[in-house]
Design a protein around this ligand. Structure first.
Ligand code: ASP
Ligand code: MG
Length: 442
């Protein structure tokens, strides 16, 4: 009997009707002969509402009390879902993060999983066959309730799947898997049938909201095959695994974008050792993250350094940068709030040339100016004016013919047809799938 981990997000369980619909999906899967471990988020906007509630009684609630409060959101949805399943004649049981043995460090609001003790969960699974687990929460060694950061339920699902060596981890979302790009911009965007962990990681960090990046890292580390599909209707789905033969045949897998960047340029700094380090040390000390960094070729020993960052951090960043810039004798600091980023991602780039040229040509033909470029083995990102971002996405989607590849219309994933216990196309899990430590944040 296969063990399947499923994860349902907030919108999937956003109302009593939705909870009952999800109960039906779970029961259907159970009756195919599987054991199910189901992780859920809080209903709808519950987490946001709880945050507002806290702010209405205190200007700066203590992180410990915040976790105490936020953890109740998931506790509601697991109990309701278990009740709904039981009312339909199956047997389910709900469990909190602490009850299933998710041990975290003690950083309230952004705790990291440091271990899992799944004995009680195993027992429950043996007894009832459907266990509903609260996502997003755990318990510190000091037995305090902690939460894993926004979107953390995805991580709960992957970590439990790794710890129990589950056969698959299925994410039920309000979209049909992972799409080639945002369908609000390109209506022809289609579901990508198969994506590598690395591509998914790039897309998650470049703006795709489908899966939380930490959970994809975790899945890659423990080789947990991920499936993303809709909880609202049947349709295509996306399988996320390690790279397999043939996957590099697709040049560009997907296009992501962001419209919330800003660009800062430090003008007229000396081109000598120590300048960049002082500028960026100042930002690091203020806990500010930068994205792309570009240093111009210097003319008579003087150069400019530009970088991008999240627009929300611009005010704080300028404060730190201006102080550091005057220390290193820079001429001026300029900021541009109106930039965005468009990126193409695909493992095929590693083995094919001409992808960058094609991207730049397509943007040029549309009259879109590229302000900065950064690349990795499997992605190319361009910083452009924010009001050109959507057009750039459309132009590139067309250029790489992403609307044309054939869609694999998804039946629910069939495990039985394959080697018992493994998902089609995935490699066997690494032996010690016991979760010890989470990877350092990138
Ligand atoms: N309920 C939490 C949040 O809204 C966790 C999650 O949804 O994954 O961030
Ligand atoms: Mg949520």
């Amino acid at each position: 009997m296969a063990l399947i981990v499923q994860k349902y997000g907030g919108t999937s369980v956003g109302s009593p009707e939705r909870i009952k619909a999800v109960a039906d999906l779970i029961i259907k899967r159970k009756r195919q002969g599987h054991r199910l471990l189901v992780v859920v988020s809080a209903m709808g906007d519950t987490t946001d509402d709880l945050i507002k509630l806290a702010k209405s009684v205190s200007p700066s609630p203590e992180p410990r009390e915040m976790d105490m409060l936020l953890a109740t959101g998931e506790q509601q949805s697991i109990a309701l879902l278990a009740m709904a399943i039981n009312a339909k004649g199956e047997h389910a049981m709900s469990m909190t993060g602490p009850q299933v043995g998710i041990i975290t460090d003690s950083r309230h609001g952004k705790a990291r999983i440091i271990g899992i003790k799944p004995a009680r969960l195993r027992q429950a699974l043996g007894k009832v066959g459907i266990v509903i687990v609260a996502g997003f929460q755990g318990e510190s060694k000091g037995e305090e309730i902690t939460t894993l950061g926004r979107g953390g339920s995805d991580l709960t699902a992957v970590a439990l799947a790794a710890s129990l060596k589950a056969d698959a981890c299925e994410f039920y979302k309000d979209v049909h898997g992972v799409l080639t790009t945002d369908p609000r911009i390109v209506p022809e965007a289609r579901t990508m049938p198969h994506v590598t962990y690395d591509e998914m990681l790039e897309m998650a960090s470049l703006g795709s909201q489908v899966l939380n990046a930490r959970s994809v890292e975790y899945a890659k580390r423990y080789r947990v095959p991920l499936i993303v599909r809709s909880s609202f209707e049947d349709g295509p789905q996306t399988l996320i695994t390690e790279e397999e033969k043939g996957m590099e045949k697709v040049l560009v897998r997907g296009i992501t974008y962001s419209k919330s960047d800003a660009k800062v340029t430090v003008l007229g700094v000396q081109d000598q050792p120590g300048v960049a380090s002082r500028l960026f040390r100042a930002l690091a000390s203020a806990d500010l993250n930068v994205d792309m960094i570009v240093q111009d070729v210097s003319e008579s020993g003087v150069t400019n350094i530009s970088f991008t960052l999240a627009r929300g951090d611009l005010a704080k960043t300028l404060e730190s940068v201006k102080a550091a810039a005057s220390q290193v004798g820079a001429e001026d600091v300029q900021a541009d709030e109106n930039v965005g980023k468009v990126s193409i991602v695909g493992v095929g780039m590693r083995t094919h040339s001409g992808v960058a040229a094609a991207m730049f040509e397509a943007l040029a033909q549309a009259g879109i100016n590229i302000e900065m470029i950064s690349t990795s083995e499997i992605k190319i990102s361009c910083v452009i004016a924010r009001d050109k971002v959507e057009e750039a996405v459309r132009v590139l989607h067309r250029r790489f013919r992403l609307e044309q590849a054939s869609v694999e219309l998804g039946k629910p994933f069939i495990l039985e047809a394959e080697e018992p216990g493994r998902v089609k196309g995935s490699k066997p899990a690494k032996k010690p799938a016991k979760v010890k430590k989470t990877k350092k944040r990138r």
